[in-house]
Design a binder for this molecule. Structure first.
Ligand SMILES: Nc1nc2c(ncn2[C@@H]2O[C@H](COP(=O)(O)OP(=O)(O)O)[C@@H](O)[C@H]2O)c(=O)[nH]1
Ligand SMILES: [Mg+2]
Length: 329
């Protein structure tokens, strides 16, 4: 996805292209892949959006908001960094979750800098140990740099930070320990300098206008899902999928028609999404449409309907259809 310009050609969905083997390294420009990994809700997607200065990855206070690998591209005079935002690390119970963890593993193996995000306000638990063990394995296999980012310091009492830094430094596992706040941006400039300093020289591999590899069609489905997560709250934790079924553009009118379905697991969940007299789905639709209009720079007509698929989280074919616009890795 690029910033939309009238008449700009839509490129095919691409993943990280390979570098030119044996090509001359340019003057000091850096290139590399930084993976953002960690437990659900640590703030990975918020941090990516903050770094890029625009939204590429949806955010909510529910676990399992990010289900795929989202690629965000930072273009600067210092070089280009490809960020991989990943689903939260957890033990997979459904096929959906197995796929989610596959995305995490592939990000681990492609990263030049593996960045583990920690919610600094939460006590260290089993989930954190699971993540640390994965990173330790990675240390034994690979050569990537390892950072730990202590996030949400805006919520942390000052005297809590030093002991936390001490605790992570004692693990002897991380090259850098960086306190940040993805919400306020505190510490993010320093973090970026550390990323660039730890990457090799190399030429950009994406066009400088690219900021993500997700196609608009996939991103639109994500924006709708974000609004569903936000408004249906605790009643529908992570049982919803959104699939964009039709996408029509009327160039002369600068209008995009998007037809999408919100898929829930049980008939009894439909009324939650639809709301009294349809007020919930109206709210979801209006919010999604306004945000899409501002992102896509076009007028949007959004048609939403609600469907039931009782086992979509186990249905490989359906899961594949949800991911098709992203291509396979
Ligand atoms: N106060 C505060 N909240 C944050 C920060 N970073 C993320 N959050 C919140 O934490 C929740 C989870 O964020 P998200 O980026 O979706 O986490 P992810 O699951 O790791 O991608 C959201 O409600 C965010 O607004 C931060 O630095 N400070
Ligand atoms: Mg996320």
């Amino acid at each position: 996805m690029k910033n939309r310009e009238p008449g700009a050609p839509e490129g095919p969905a691409s993943d990280i292209p390979g570098g030119e083997p044996g090509s001359e390294k340019p003057r000091g420009l850096r290139f590399g892949v930084v993976a953002l990994v960690g437990r659900p809700n640590a703030g990975k997607s918020t941090l990516l959006n903050r770094i890029l200065g625009q939204k590429v990855s949806i955010v909510s206070n529910k676990p399992q908001t990010t289900r795929n690998r989202i690629v965000g591209i930072l273009n600067e005079d210092r070089g280009q960094i490809v960020f991989l935002d990943t689903p939260g690390i957890h033990r997979p119970l459904h096929k959906l979750n197995v796929r989610m963890m596959d995305h995490v593993r592939s990000a681990f193996s492609e990263a030049d800098v593996l960045s583990v995000l920690i919610d600094a306000t939460e006590a260290f638990g089993k989930g954190d140990q699971f993540v640390i063990d994965l990173v330790r394995q990675r240390k034994e296999e690979g050569s990537s740099k390892r950072f730990v980012l202590l996030n949400k310091i805006d919520l942390l009492k000052k005297n809590k930070l030093l002991p936390l830094i001490q605790q992570y430094s004692e693990l002897g596992l991380f090259d850098e320990i960086v306190p940040v706040s993805a919400s306020t941006g505190d510490g993010v400039d320093r973090l970026l300098s550390l990323f660039f300093a730890n990457l090799d020289e190399g030429e950009p591999r994406f066009s400088r206008e690219d900021f993500t590899t997700q196609p608009e069609r996939f991103f639109a489905a994500e924006i709708i899902r974000e609004k569903v997560l936000r408004h249906t709250s605790d009643e529908l934790p992570f049982t919803t999928a959104v699939s964009v079924e039709k996408w029509e553009e009327e160039e002369e009118r600068n209008l995009i028609r998007i037809y999408a379905s919100i898929v829930v697991e049980r008939e009894s969940q439909k009324p939650i999404v639809i709301g009294k007299g349809g007020d919930m789905i109206k709210r979801i639709g209006t919010e999604a449409r306004l945000e899409l209009e501002s992102i896509l720079g076009a007028k949007v007509f959004l048609d939403l309907h609600v469907g039931v698929h009782s086992s979509w989280r186990e249905d490989e074919r359906f899961l594949g259809e949800l991911e098709w616009p992203l291509g396979r890795e």
